[in-house]
Ligand binder design. Structure first.
Ligand code: PEP
Length: 249
């Protein structure tokens, strides 16, 4: 009943011409897929190019970040209204790289999610524990805090939660399907506390070194509804195989 949701997070990669080169090899191959939601989150500078080149398809555009004010004296920031204006359907909020390098707190994440929803954007909210937190047995405590604080006052409409264990991001070390399923089931229970039966309709996606080689086994897990893909989304061929995960099983 949940439609698979596969998103590419390009981070700080690709110029506009590199973006267009990727899309020319990717869009024609996937544009007729009707059983998966596909999202591309390029850097801000490539948002317009992606929005233009996916026009007429169901592929959706996402930003990787935004500020929570609508406008004002915030040099260097981008508002939710600007993202809607350029053609974004989603925005990624609370990625661990933003929490780590740009000191985003749960409070900031919460403000951003509420502002994104107010502007009509869907939100891909990232949560996940560090290696130290996992080894100390603190995984569920971290997730509980991030979910409770980050989703305070947030609607379940167009909300996607991405479980991204920090130790698996960009490291080539993937959570096993069992580890992913255990955490996703826990997250769904927490979402049930907040949203009741609506929790069964929400996509909880996995991120952390997803590749064409491991996507099938992760997607076979009951509560893994999709993937947030960094490194393996940068090549059209590789990301194409990921979004076609079931067909190539
Ligand atoms: C990410 O950036 O969200 C991510 C999961 O990266 P990677 O797939 O490279 O681990």
């Amino acid at each position: 009943m949940r439609r698979p949701f596969i998103a590419a997070n390009w981070k700080m990669h690709k110029t506009i011409s590199e973006t267009r080169e990727f899309l020319s090899g990717f869009v024609p191959e996937v544009k007729d897929l009707s059983d998966v939601d596909i999202v591309i989150a390029p850097p801000f500078t490539s948002l317009a190019a992606v929005a233009e080149d996916v026009k007429g398809t169901d592929i959706m555009v996402a930003a990787q970040n935004m500020f929570y004010e609508e406008k004002g004296a915030y040099t260097g920031e981008i508002s939710p209204l600007m993202l809607v204006d350029i053609g974004c359907r989603y925005v990624i909020i609370g990625h661990s790289e933003r929490r780590q390098h740009f000191l985003e707190t749960d409070d900031i994440v919460n403000k951003k999610i509420n502002a994104a929803q107010k502007a009509g954007l869907g939100v891909i909210m990232c949560v996940g524990e560090s290696l130290g937190e996992r080894e100390a047995g603190g995984t569920f405590d971290v997730l509980l805090r991030e979910i409770a604080k980050g989703l305070d006052g947030v609607s379940p409409l167009d909300l996607v939660v991405a479980y991204e264990p920090i130790w698996a991001i960009g490291t080539g070390r993937t959570a096993t399907p069992e580890q992913a399923q255990e955490v996703h089931a826990y997250l769904r229970e927490r979402l049930r506390v907040l949203y009741g039966n609506k929790a069964d309709e929400l996509c909880i996606i996995y991120g952390g070194s997803v590749t064409p080689d491991n996507v099938d086994s992760l997607m076979a897990c009951k509560d893994v509804d999709g993937a947030l893909v960094g490194g393996a989304s940068l090549k059209a061929e590789s990301f194409r195989r990921i979004v076609k995960f079931r067909k190539e099983q």
